[in-house]
Design a protein around this ligand. Structure first.
Ligand code: SF4
Length: 694
């Protein structure tokens, strides 16, 4: 946050925090970054920014950053600094030894939503073409994997359907499980502008978030549901729409599978799916659900925005499907002002998923089992690919404990802090023979690593990020990498040490390869991005200039698909020992587990995570504002300072997870989404008692 001297030059690049994808002028004096100025021509931000992108870049030269590679034979040994040549040779020899001894499926890799498209593409290519199997996954596993499953199933692609500007044509905005003010602030401002112009607002969230009530904004309906009951609320909304004859039947007949619609409509019409019947489950007043359903179905253009409060549940995929059902049933797909819009948390969640980071899919979401797709990659890469889908992150860890998975390359991800069930993650990592962590800092996962490869920041490399509206934007090198290499170069060094013979000299060549092999990217090139600033995929023969709005003339899969989504309560139950439900979220100035923002001046705004409790629950336990409380679940315990507030309902408590002391994932459960294994971070039964502090 310190600004030093007058700038001498400027480079336009893209923010590396959230999925809004603001662009900035990075103003430089010599090799020093002076300030980040929001770029007026940025298509996602139009000259706006938030406190993260504007001020939180000091981590790039923080003293904690590791600049030299390190190795150690055992995790009990001290780290030993080595040259890059030595580190890469050792890495390749360890991976080759394990592959020769235990087979290709004993190795795997994890790509990062923080890295560029080109870097994710190379990591999955290294795993498939170099390691020889499909054990590649992405940190999106723990956030938006249900979006991938749900939207692909319903519409034929996991992409968000709208550009950000589309909201300016919305008449009714429905936000579920997202807190845009804190998570996606620049887009939240645009949404608020539309609401101030007269758009109606429905918020479905256990907590009274800023969008429910803030200066000049008052939600028309706030449905403060019990955590874990998203599907029940969405089913009750659908019940009202169908039984009151409000469904958009002409749209459905023209665009969707009518038989599937009828099956779904019969299901939601059942009396046990009425708002009144479900009220004891959802804890939302039936009359509010009826009012919100009527407003959404009859209020004009209806747009749905959602976040991790939808996906990080045992019914995450069902909730995404239920949202898609609601949009199709009301005809709210395929034009401006409507749509289904996942608000992606990290800067490049969309991109890392697009790039083939999942164990069953190559880039462009094409199944590895499809021989014709595989052949395209095999011909291009000169290798034979394993046709079997690989392991997801939790399955890699299970297999490590069982002894069949031995080595992992983790780029830009701290799975020990960010994945559920910390003890199990630690056990899996500890069981492996070779853990390679490629990151900026010695993160928690590095405690179990044998090789540490220092990473580069977004300021030190070229490449592209893809934001939540599918907008591919250039990331431009502002300064030379302090660690010696950009991340894509490090992956290439590893690949070549394993005999792959890659010859990329600039990420534009990797982007050319992505365009050659990915039908939604065929018209994308570095030159075009330099010329046009950004492109929204698909960019191909059918959409030469990209597609701000998806599914205009028909769904990608042909007919839109209605899927019955039965409400299944989570296995995580409250009871006499654990009577309260904990749910989690973010705050404006901090980002995820705080690895970057905690190493900047932004910490002044949020020095610690707080535990929000309703006054009744706090009083019952003898707790006041500022007291320490012990928070225990069936999985573990932690200590947090209490903030008494009626933002949360009685019986529900809330915290953020930006500081390691919080150890939120020590208390979260082992439950996960039925379709994708996305962890159920948003519902944990807890008990709370006074404490003397950590
Ligand atoms: Fe924009 Fe998000 Fe970066 Fe804030 S964190 S500046 S909203 S991209």
């Amino acid at each position: 946050m310190v600004e030093i001297g007058k700038p001498e030059r400027a480079v336009v690049t893209t923010c590396a925090y959230c999925g809004v994808g603001c662009t900035f002028r990075a103003e430089m004096r010599g090799e020093q970054l002076v300030r980040m100025v929001p770029w007026k021509d940025g298509k996602a931000n139009r000259g706006h920014s938030c406190v993260k992108g504007r001020f939180a870049w000091g981590y790039a030269n923080h003293k904690d950053r590791i600049l030299n590679p390190m190795i150690r034979k055992s995790i009990d040994d001290p780290w030993q600094e080595v040259s890059w040549d030595e580190a890469i040779a050792y890495t390749a020899s360890e991976l080759t030894r394990i592959k020769d001894t235990h087979g290709a499926r004993a190795l795997g890799g994890i790509t990062s939503s923080r890295c560029t498209n080109e870097e994710s593409f190379l990591v999955q290519k290294l795993v498939r073409a170099g390691f020889g199997a499909n054990n590649v996954d992405t940190c999106a596993r723990v956030c938006h994997s249900p979006t991938g499953f749900g939207l692909s199933t319903a519409f034929g692609t996991s992409a968000g359907t709208q550009d950000f500007d589309s909201v300016m044509d919305s008449d009714v905005i429905l936000i579920i499980g997202a807190n845009p003010t804190d998570g996606h602030p620049v887009f939240a401002s645009r949404m608020k502008r539309r609401i101030r112009q007269g758009a109606k607002l429905i918020v479905i969230d256990p907590r009274r978030i800023d969008m429910v009530h803030s200066p000049h904004i008052e939600a028309d309906y706030h449905l403060p549901l019990q955590p874990g009951t998203n599907v029940a609320v969405l089913t009750a909304l659908a019940h009202v729409i169908v039984t009151e004859g409000l469904a958009a039947e002409a749209f459905i007949k023209a665009r969707c599978d009518w038989d599937e619609y009828q099956t779904w409509a019969d299901f939601v019409s059942q009396p046990q799916n009425s708002p009144e019947f479900l009220e004891p489950v959802t804890r939302v007043k039936a009359e509010d659900i009826r009012g919100a359903a009527r407003l959404f179905a009859t209020g004009g253009n209806g747009a749905i925005y959602y976040g991790l409060g939808v996906t990080e549940h045992s019914q995450g995929s069902s909730t995404v499907l239920a949202i898609a059902n609601l949009a199709m049933a009301t005809g709210n797909i395929g034009r401006r002002g409507v749509g289904v819009n996942p608000l992606r948390g990290q800067n490049n969640v969309q991109g890392s998923c697009d790039m083939g980071s999942f164990p069953h899919e190559l880039s462009g979401y094409r199944h590895i089992g499809d021989a014709s797709v595989r052949k395209q990659f095999e011909d291009d890469w000169g290798v034979t690919l394993d046709p079997e889908p690989g392991l997801r992150i939790p399955n890699m860890l299970d297999a490590a404990v069982d002894g069949s998975f031995r080595a992992i390359y983790i780029q830009g991800e701290d799975i020990l802090q960010s994945d559920p069930n910390t003890h199990h993650v630690a056990a899996g990592l500890k069981a492996m023979e070779c853990v390679i962590v490629h990151d900026l800092f010695l993160n928690e996962t590095a405690n179990y690593a044998h090789i540490f490869l220092p990473g580069s920041t977004f300021l030190e490399k070229d490449g592209t990020f893809t934001n939540a509206e599918r907008r591919i934007q250039p990331v431009r090198k502002v300064m030379e990498p302090a660690n010696g290499y950009a991340d894509w170069e490090i992956t290439q060094l590893m690949a070549n040490a394993m005999g792959l013979g890659w010859t990329y000299t600039h990420p534009s060549q990797i982007l050319d390869e992505i365009a050659r092999l990915t039908p939604t990217f065929t018209g994308v090139s570095w030159e075009r991005l330099e010329r046009e600033g950004s492109l929204q995929w698909p960019v191909n023969e059918k959409f030469p200039d990209g597609a701000p709005i998806m599914h205009v003339d028909g769904f990608v899969r042909g007919k839109g698909r209605f899927v019955v989504t039965d409400y299944v309560p989570t296995d995580e139950k409250t009871g006499p020992r654990f009577p309260l439900l904990l749910t989690t979220g973010r705050i404006l100035s901090q980002y995820n587990v705080g690895a970057q923002t905690r190493r900047t001046g932004n910490t002044v705004w949020h020095p610690e995570d707080l535990l929000e409790m309703h006054p009744v629950d706090a009083e019952d336990r003898g707790l006041k504002d500022g007291d320490w409380a012990r928070l225990a679940s069936r999985a573990g315990e932690t200590t947090l300072r209490v903030q008494v507030t009626d933002r949360v309902a009685p019986g529900v408590v809330y915290t953020t997870f930006h500081h390691p002391a919080t150890q939120a994932n020590v208390i979260t459960t082992e439950y996960s989404d039925w379709a994708t294994n996305c962890p159920e971070y948003k519902v944990t039964a807890v008990q709370i008692s006074p404490s003397n502090g950590p």
